[in-house]
Design a protein around this ligand. Sequence first.
Ligand code: HEC
Length: 439
Amino acid sequence: MRTVAILAIGAIALSMGPGRVSAMSEDPPDHRNLAINDPDQFAWQLFAAVNRPASPDSNQAVWETWAEQTVVYSDACEAPTWPGPDGPFAARPSSLVEFLKEHVEQRGVANDPFNALDGDQNVQQVKINRPFFNYVVENDIWYQQGLIEHASTEGVDLPLGAIVYKADWTQITADDKPRYHWRVVSGYDYEQAIGGGGASNSSSAGDGAEPSPVILGLYAFHIVSKATPNWVWTTWNHADTKGRCDYIGCRDDFGVEPSYVAPHRQMGKDYPAGELTSATRILLEDAGLPDAWRHYRLMGTMTRFTDLTGRPELLGNAILEPGFGNTSSCTTCHSMATIGASGSSLSFLKSTQPFEGFVGTPDPSWFFPSQSTAATPIVYQTDHMWQLPQEAGANVRYDCDGVCSSTACDSGGSGFETPTTGNAANASSAPRGAKGTIL
Ligand code: HEC
């Protein structure tokens, strides 16, 4: 049998001519997969692709034209539509950061992240690209009941090509503009965003004096891509961000020299910006990125839960996941983005005193009843996307066109309840989630 097979391949090779013969018999197939084998290079390619100007004379980057979560999950009766080029500025404070702040204010915490941070009045945007958005619409997961149905039957599985950009904006001065990616927003839009209103509506602002426009500079961001089943997690800061390499240091094997910057012993200090490598400069220039983008640095990239010896890998941004950088894992925390039959989810912190995250390989007992992992899960994963339980999960369908949906109307409440069987691992010590709806 074997001889026959070899002869057959030889015959095909010969029939394709001498050049092809060597290609077929000696060269291995193309094994390159940047997202897996060189994730830092992949990170910079992603950076260049989504941060380039949306059109030749626009100050908006490509990702700014995508759909913002506060708009996508705002109406439970009507499917969202892809935004036009000049949609209003939709943003609000980060619910994760607000949650941490609330804890610090109420009870104090040993590792208070906020005494080291500026940017108290920052606002956040979470933007999803077209493949992500289409998946949300086609699978009816922009509202709670649709999400629960899809997560518990087919399972949420965003397509290859889905990208999410989570941006943190801070107020800057006109002098800072050359060093930042910036945008000007109306005073009303900014106040609306700070107040947590999400999508703005300038005409409804009060009678008081018009607040002046605000210049917002991009301060910190995550870009994540579904290039692998567990996503590729990349996180970035403006080079001037104090404390940006705290806890675990900054590691970038493609973009910058030196490739590793060790953490300081004292938190919240400046870190050297290093020099962009020539490969990165060329990449940014070819993509037509304005010079301001050279002032951003990759803190690190994450593609798995542990290293090859089983030690948990860590990554957390000083601005976006402040205060628990020594127990912050993008992949582990996001594996806990889940929804249960009653709209509940897992908690995202192991402890709030001091702040501590979950790290390493996910634990089946988080998802399944303790007796058996063959049983129906208590909560269903939402493909690592926290916006699904938090935003779609809070977007409950009640009475569309006067017709009650299966679970709404008669319940009359928010649709959320605490499940009787919580995830064993963290139910007892679990803080309630940022919106008060997450277990
Ligand atoms: C302790 C848990 C936790 C850790 C660690 C964490 N995140 Fe998140 N992340 C959240 C929560 C909760 C949200 C939703 C609330 C918000 O946006 O503030 C979120 C939202 C996001 C979003 C928006 C998409 C979505 O719906 O989930 C992105 C992108 C993201 N995080 C990337 C990252 C990256 C990259 C890292 C690691 C550097 C990271 N996160 C670490 C909890 C975490």
